[in-house]
Ligand binder design. Structure first.
Ligand SMILES: C[S@@+](CC[C@H](N)C(=O)[O-])C[C@H]1O[C@@H](n2cnc3c(N)ncnc32)[C@H](O)[C@@H]1O
Length: 253
């Protein structure tokens, strides 16, 4: 059992689980995302904080079927959408074609394996993705993003951001999630049980508190780090690579 447990916590095991899960869920995510008002607000806030401009090269980490990428592409030169799920990338490219957008490239790869030329992009953006990574892989993704940015470039991450109940905000978020599900009757009780295993055992969802994100940004050498709570469970954190300085990180990826 101990061996099985530790294997489940490896990077390779998490990547396989996420790929399987999201390949199965790609269609329903694509259909449902626009009708989720919370998610839409976070997308809007990520875009506002990123301030996309003509000429920019943008990387969207965990782009899904294009909730950020399709919005940003008309405003910039080039968007590279990266996602672990080939099914999501196929939907991204189909959605881009339908919208007549030709400046998005889709790459099906786990973020943990992504390699990008240092100092080559203006913006790294991401929405509702990094809580699926193990904590050390979240930190590595932030550190890698800081290196990919040109001086003055921004990293903007929107995600569910709360810990496991050690402070008042966490407890408020968890209790409002539980109250909402309780109101749904037996179907909601089932969801509570399912979510308890997802969040508490940290199998599928591994959110961390806003303060942990701010620390990761600072450890990656980013400046002007700002955290913005957006909706109940979700926040946006933004940071800028200092101009004219080499980013020295203390984290390994
Ligand atoms: C909740 S969806 C969000 C999709 C999109 N960003 C949005 O705003 O709707 C999470 C996405 O993260 C992707 N994902 C999960 N783990 C990943 C990983 N390790 N590397 C790359 N993508 C990952 C999934 O395939 C999925 O498309």
């Amino acid at each position: 059992v101990a061996l099985k447990r530790s294997a489940a916590g490896t990077q390779g095991a998490n990547i396989s689980r996420q790929r399987r899960f999201w390949n199965e869920r790609a269609q329903s995510w694509d259909h449902g995302a626009a009708d989720n008002p919370g998610l839409v607000r976070v997308v809007e806030r990520v875009i506002a904080e990123a301030a996309p401009m003509p000429g920019m090269t943008v990387v969207d980490l965990g782009c899904g079927s294009g909730q950020l990428a399709l919005r940003v592409a008309p405003l910039v030169e080039r968007v590279i959408g990266v996602d672990i799920s080939k099914a999501m990338i196929d939907l991204l490219m189909k959605n881009a074609q339908t919208a007549g957008i030709t400046n998005i490239e889709g790459v099906a790869i786990a973020l943990e394996h992504l390699k990008i030329e240092p100092s080559s992009v203006d913006l790294v953006i991401s929405n509702y993705v990094l809580h699926h990574l193990r904590d050390r892989d979240k930190a590595a993704a932030v550190a890698a993003s800081a290196r990919w940015l040109k001086p003055g470039g921004r990293l903007v991450i929107g995600d569910m951001m709360f810990g496991r109940g050690t402070n008042a905000r966490d407890r408020e978020i968890i209790s409002s999630k539980v109250t909402l599900m309780l109101k749904k009757g037996p179907a909601g009780w089932w969801r509570i049980a399912k979510n308890a295993s997802r969040y508490l055992l940290r199998f599928q969802e591994r959110p961390v508190a806003i303060s942990a994100w701010v620390e990761m940004f600072k450890a990656a050498g980013l400046h002007e780090v700002v955290a913005i709570p957006v909706v109940n469970e979700a926040s946006v954190v933004r940071g800028t690579r200092p101009s004219g300085q080499t980013v020295i990180t203390t984290l390994q990826d």
